[in-house]
Write a protein that binds this ligand. Sequence first.
Ligand SMILES: Nc1ncnc2c1ncn2[C@@H]1O[C@H](COP(=O)(O)OP(=O)(O)O)[C@@H](O)[C@H]1O
Ligand SMILES: [Mg+2]
Length: 314
Amino acid sequence: MSSKKIKIEKKFALKEKMSIVIIGSKKFKQSTVNAMISEAQEVFDKAMFVTIDKIQIITTEKGLTLKYKDQNLLTDYDVIYPRFSSNDFLLGEAILKAIETSKAYNPLNLKSFQITNHKYYTSQKLSKEGVPGILSTLLISPKYIDLVIKEIGYPIVMKLISGFAGKGVVLVKDKGQMNSLLDTVHLFEECICMQKFVKSKNPGTDVRCYVTGDEVTGIMRIAKKGDWRSNLSRGGSAKIIEMTQEIKKIALTSAKILNMDICAIDLMDNNGKYVVIEVNFMPGPFKKYIGNLMIKKWIKFLYKKGIENKKKIK
Ligand SMILES: Nc1ncnc2c1ncn2[C@@H]1O[C@H](COP(=O)(O)OP(=O)(O)O)[C@@H](O)[C@H]1O
Ligand SMILES: [Mg+2]
C-alpha cells in the first residue's frame, strides 16, 4: 500500500463520526433551519432537524425515549441542540427534561429555559448574582400598581412575562395610559413585569451579545425610526461592533450563571453603565445583517463540544 493511501486512511480513522439533531420550535424559520442544516452537513456526518411537535416522549421501566419515526433521539445522536421559544413551553420543558437523561452534548438545559422565558425570573436571577440589571417588579394584581409606580416612576416599561420579538412590551408614560392598559391586562389575567425605562445615550439601540462558549460576538441593534424597541422583527437594523471588556464580561458571566453555552444576552446602556435587559434561549442568527456568521460559529462549537463529550463518556 502506498504511504499516501495509508496516511489518508489513518486520517479517516482518527476522525470521530459525529451526529447532530436540532430540535426546533413549531414556529421555526425555514431560512434559518436550511442554513443550519447545510452548515451542519458540512461538519457533521449526520445532521437532522425535527420540530418539537413531531416528537413523542415515551416512558418505560427502562427509562425515557424521545421518539421520532424509528429513532430514539436520546441515544442516536452525539449532539442535541434544542431551539425552543416560549410558544413551545409545555412540550419544551418535558423534552428538555428528557434530554437531560441523555449522554449527548446539549448546550442548554431545562432550568435556563424556564428562567429565560420568564422576564422577571431572568432579572431576578441575574441581579441576585451581581449582574447589573434594571429595577424590575412582577405583579399579577393591578391592586399593587401604585406601590410599584412610586418605586419606579414614569415612564415605565410594561412587559408580558412570556412576550418575545418586541411583542408584549409597552411604554407607559403616565397614569392615564397606565389605567387603560391595566384594565386590559386584568381582563386577560396576564402576569406582567414592570421595569424602569432605560434612558440610553443612544435611544433605540441595544447591544446583542451572542455567547458561544467563551466567545462573545457583539451586535448593535438600532430601532426603526419612531420606535423605541430595537427588535429586528419590529423593523430594526443590526451591525457588528467591537465590544468593551465590560460588555463581554457581563455577557459571559450571565451565560455562566444560567449554564448556557449558546445564547444571546441583550444589554442596554443605562447612563453609561451597561445593564442586562433579556437573555435569549433561542437567538435568531440575524442572517439579513450578518449572513451565516453565527450559524457557522454555533455549528463549529457544537461539533467541538460533541467530540469533547464523546471522549469524556467513553
Ligand atoms: N427597560 C427598558 N428600557 C428601555 N428600553 C427597553 C427596556 N426593555 C426593553 N426595551 C427595548 O425593547 C426591546 C424589547 O424588549 P425585550 O425585553 O428584549 O423583549 P422581547 O423579548 O420582546 O425582545 C429591547 O430590545 C429594547 O430595545
Ligand atoms: Mg429582546
